[in-house]
Design a protein around this ligand. Structure first.
Ligand code: XMP
Length: 514
């Protein structure tokens, strides 16, 4: 296995991701935990030093234990990791000045192309890389040579081939170093990794980790039916079986047959213990007459926590709460931002619950990205129809029903949404679209059907492409598709007599209507 020593870079997890893509097993450990004894015990086959925000010239700045250089295994230092390596091994690092700091895109050109690290690299005269450094290496350590330079970093790529120590100033793990994966690939091959690690192995390791963390304790999990909580629940169930209880809160704002499907699948198909909290009356009662979007969200968020707590209290001795937190959620919550950001929508989750209930957290997906969670879900035997599902917001149909929510409108909305999604599936478009749904509008319009006048609701179809939900564009359906779908909805759903298509991108719009 490979050890990544984390010096606090924002993108350390991306290194792990690149390695997983190469089917190499790695673990990230914060530098504070990596002692000489730890190294002996871990026995890494290779080590990577991550980047980090500190300066090696600062007294007390992060360092690896000196034993790491005596392991006889390849080491790759990235950015701050390069500076650490140079500093530790007898080179010199200088504080950043404006002229030498580099941020963003840069180009590295070769000085020596024969090192095995460079196979498949420098096929073009230069390689685009992503830099982000203030300090820089002023003098390389004895034994090192230069493999590549950039205008701001004369020692952009350095190597001590005899010891197989490599150090680069840029970040090969990020998207903006397009050929970065090649460097990782060369590095791990050099270290003797076969690339035979798989998601199946990850599953086994995670199961063991969960057992180690939780022991005989009981765990509760808020199951939403979304991919993340579903995969987390399936994985934890595999680890601890009956000691996991899931609570599925049905707030009456779910899609057609959703409650039945989710509970049926987990209870009957996967054998999990699931409490179906049928609290439709409570939620719809409190939402009655409320039309302000933020008020709706707040009511739903508050009730969700109350309800979850009520059911969780019935589970004796529960001491852990499972959450399907993914790596992007982790990084968003810790990353630096330019200033206090504005709340556009107060998102709904079970945050705050663990402290309130005195629960510890189990978050088995914290290291994974969405596509990896899907792969793990497949590995765990969740059906594809579940794994490939579009995201569905916690407040559910409430935010797709602008204005006051009524049972009648929800009923109409559910039917229209089911027809729309059926159309999308029939045309083979489901997987190309990030998210698609119907919103029922708070207006009624006049129409004519047969020989009669109608006065029914208008609805809007929404379908967007996106990679992360942060920005989005509307999906370019053909007019034929839109026409056919409108006809089907109006014919099949009583209560709707007009269909529109929402062609707003995000920004300036948002994906949901509220
Ligand atoms: P917006 O509407 O903000 O949505 O462009 C971006 C993505 O987030 C989902 N969304 C939510 N998900 N709780 C959630 O779990 C929420 O309160 C919530 N609000 C929006 C939305 O469906 C889209 O995928």
């Amino acid at each position: 296995r490979l050890l990544i020593i984390d010096f606090g870079s924002q993108v350390t997890q991306l290194i792990a991701r690149r390695l997983r893509e190469l089917n190499v097993y790695c673990e990230i450990h914060p530098y504070q935990n990596v002692t000489g004894a730890f190294l002996k015990d871990f026995a890494p086959k290779a080590v990577i030093f991550s980047g980090g925000p500190d300066s090696v010239m600062r007294e007390g700045s992060p360092r690896p234990p000196s034993e790491v250089y005596d392991l006889g295994v390849p080491i790759l230092g990235i950015c701050y990791g390069q500076q650490v390596m140079m500093h530790d091994l007898g080179g010199r690092v200088e504080a950043g000045e404006h002229a030498t700091a580099e941020f963003g895109r840069a180009y590295v050109t070769p000085t020596d192309g024969s090192d095995p690290l460079l196979a498949g690299w420098f096929l073009e005269a230069r390689e685009q890389v992503w830099m982000s450094h203030g300090d820089h290496v002023a003098e390389i350590a004895p034994g090192f040579e230069v493999l590549g330079t950039s205008p701001g970093a004369p020692f952009a790529m350095t190597a001590d081939p005899a010891r197989r120590f490599y150090a680069v100033q840029f970040h090969p793990e990020v998207h903006h170093t397009p050929n970065g994966k090649t460097l990782y690939e060369n590095f791990v091959r050099m270290a003797g990794f076969e690339g035979d690690w798989t998601m199946a192995a990850y599953r086994e390791e995670m199961v063991q980790k969960i057992r180690d963390q939780v022991g005989d304790a009981k765990v509760i999990c808020a199951l939403s039916g979304g991919v993340d909580s579903s995969v987390a629940a399936a994985l934890i169930h595999e680890a601890i079986g009956e000691n996991l209880t899931c609570v599925f809160v049905d707030h009456g704002l779910l899609r057609l047959d959703e409650g039945k499907e989710v509970v049926g699948m987990f209870r009957d198909h996967m054998n999990l213990s699931v409490i179906h909290a049928e609290e439709q009356e409570l939620f719809l009662g409190e939402l009655d007459g409320v039309s302000d979007p933020e008020t709706k969200r707040k009511i739903i968020g508050r009730l969700f926590i109350d309800v979850f707590q009520k059911y969780a209290d019935q589970i004796e001795g529960a001491s852990f709460l499972a959450q399907g937190t993914l790596y992007p959620d982790v990084i968003e919550s810790v990353s630096f931002s330019g200033g206090p950001s504005v709340t556009i929508k107060s998102h709904h989750n079970v945050g705050g619950l663990p402290e309130k209930m005195g629960l510890k957290l189990v978050e088995p997906l914290r290291e994974l990205f969405k596509d990896e969670v899907r792969a793990l879900g497949r590995e765990l035997g969740l059906p594809d129809s579940f794994i490939g599902r579009h995201p569905f917001p916690g407040p559910g149909l409430a935010i797709r029903c602008p204005g006051e929510i009524t049972r009648e409108k929800l009923e109409i909305l559910r039917k229209a949404d089911a027809v729309y999604i059926d159309q999308i599936r029939k045309h083979g478009l489901y997987d190309e679209i990030w998210q698609a749904f119907v919103a029922i509008l708070p207006v009624r319009t006049v129409g004519v059907m047969g020989d009669g006048r109608t006065y029914d609701y208008a609805c809007a179809l929404r379908a967007v492409t996106s990679v992360d939900g942060m920005t989005a564009d509307y999906y370019p359906f053909t007019h034929e598709f839109l026409g056919e779908t409108a006809t089907r909805i109006i014919n099949e759903v009583k209560g709707i007599n007009r269909v529109t298509y929402d062609i707003t991108s995000k920004p300036p719009g948002t994906i949901e209507w509220e």
